[in-house]
Design a protein around this ligand. Structure first.
Ligand code: GAP
Length: 462
């Protein structure tokens, strides 16, 4: 059962230390968020799961971490300086600025219209200006002289760092086509539409891979290239379903129509998720052809090619690009994991049913009470398991409340140390502990000597 609405998740995220609105003590800062102690773990786990599937478990993909501050001509070649624009309109009355496409798509709710049918300001019904194109890239300045030569842009995608390193990777890693270069990194876009939580933010993380292949035999009818595109669409859809555990009924593929295609794309399919407000993009899988390598070759005066040893010819590879949003995927993982159900006593409990591989905390060690007698064994177990898994130790409040807290942050396993474990009075301890399963709430006794083996079984892929 996914979260009923976004507010439920937003409030849980703040209460439990996943995500905080940025700069709250200064009244907040639109479309920016800070990731708390659990958010940072969740983000890292999703990123690692992606890296494992895209790099470690494949022998045809390598990684890269390119500089964020990029040569400004990179963005000229990529087309972002000229075309990475959104149409903006201003209200003539309140001066508030809106993205026309989002306004027409209903992102600001139902808006009033004038007698000619033109939309009016969602804020105060004022008349709107003609649309102007607004570039989404953030500009910054390098050095001390404020002239045009000092302008640099914060990257709006990670892809370009990959394209300009194509030759470096081929030469240093002796790569043969087809192969991919993967990168996860922060990107920046000057989004003006109020985002829905971390769905749309000014600063966000992307997980992108450029898969370089031989150019198709027929440029006009690139059948084998389109087949490869389809294979990547299927592989990426399966990742959301099988690795993150997202319900297939809330995932779909949407092909872009011609008018919607990015300036570089010969075809793009989005993987979309059914958010509480409707379908929204999670990942774009674009058929970028040879657009980028050719463009950088032209702009730099240094043609970027690949030498095919079979034909003894230099060629420009074509590219398939699966481009995922890490922070958007994190929001979906939270929405999907959210569950309300009865606890052991029949009261309502909130559980985040994360797959163990993404759960921020894997194990909680909970002595039954603060009693001194329980502490040595509980600490011993904590020290033993924390070297392998992210673990919390908590001895405050009643055991019931601590279980509720661990359920609400999605900890798959709780280990309880009680007087049966350590012994009491005449009775010797059995050196066993209770393992409680987050989803079934079942409790079993496990001898400490077997604990690591049992945990390994219960925490696959962690
Ligand atoms: N290199 C191709 C590229 O950047 P994109 O569809 O613009 O393609 C890829 O972005 C993914 O990045 C999106 O599917 C989305 O998940 C994420 N993304 C884009 N803009 C975002 C924003 N403002 N906030 C959060 N995530 C964003």
């Amino acid at each position: 059962m996914p979260a009923p609405d976004l507010e439920t998740i937003v409030s849980l995220c703040k209460r439990r230390g996943f995500i905080f609105p940025a700069a709250e003590i200064y009244g907040g800062f639109a479309n920016t968020y800070d990731y708390g102690p659990l958010g940072v773990e969740l983000k890292r786990n999703i990123r690692d799961a992606w890296w494992r599937a895209m790099v470690r478990e494949r022998d045809d993909v390598v990684g890269l971490d390119a500089s964020l501050i990029t040569h400004p001509r990179v963005w000229v070649a990529s087309g972002h300086v000229a075309t990475f624009n959104d149409p903006l309109v201003d209200c003539k009355k309140c001066q508030q600025r809106w993205r026309l496409d989002h306004l027409l798509e209903g992102d600001y709710g139902t808006v009033k219209r004038d007698t000619a049918g033109n939309p009016l300001c969602p804020n105060d019904g004022g008349e709107l200006t003609e649309p102007r194109q607004f570039n989404l890239m953030f500009k910054t300045q390098i050095g001390t002289v404020a002239d045009d030569s000092a302008i640099a842009y914060l990257p709006p995608e990670t892809a370009q760092g990959i394209f300009i390193n194509f030759e470096n990777v081929v030469n240093s890693m002796r790569r043969k086509l087809p192969f991919g270069i993967a990168q996860t990194r922060v990107s920046f876009r000057n989004e003006i539409t109020p985002g829905k939580f971390v769905f749309r933010t000014l600063e966000f993380e992307q997980m992108e891979m450029e898969y370089f292949c031989f150019p198709p035999k027929d440029r006009e009818n690139p059948a084998e290239y389109l087949e490869l595109h389809q294979q990547w669409i299927a592989a990426r859809l399966a990742w959301y379903r099988d690795t993150l555990g997202i319900d297939a009924s809330r995932l779909r593929i949407r092909n872009h129509d011609k008018a919607e295609l990015s300036h570089y794309s010969a075809g793009t399919a989005d993987i979309e998720y059914l958010f509480p407000w409707g379908w929204g993009e999670l990942e774009g899988i674009a058929a970028r052809t040879d657009f980028d390598l050719t463009a950088h070759g032209k702009e730099s005066g240094h043609p970027i090619t690949y030498f095919d040893e079979e034909t003894h010819q230099h060629l420009v590879p074509w590219v398939i690009e699966p481009a995922a949003g890490l922070t958007r995927t994190l929001a979906v993982t939270l929405l999907e994991a959210y569950t309300e159900e009865p606890d052991e006593k029949g009261d309502k409990r909130v559980v985040l049913k994360f797959r163990p591989n993404v759960a921020p905390v894997k194990i909680a060690v909970l002595p039954l009470s603060k009693n001194e007698a329980l502490r040595p064994l509980a600490r011993k177990i904590y020290d033993m398991v924390r070297t392998t898994w992210m673990t919390q130790y908590d001895e405050t409040q009643s055991i019931g409340r601590r279980y509720r807290r661990q359920d609400e942050i999605g900890t798959p396993v709780c280990i309880t140390v009680d007087f049966q474990s350590v012994g009491e009075g005449e009775n010797p301890g059995d050196d066993a502990v209770t393992l409680r399963d987050r989803d079934t709430q079942e409790q079993v006794r496990i001898h400490v000597a077997n604990l690591m083996a049992v945990l390994r079984e219960r925490l696959p892929g962690c």
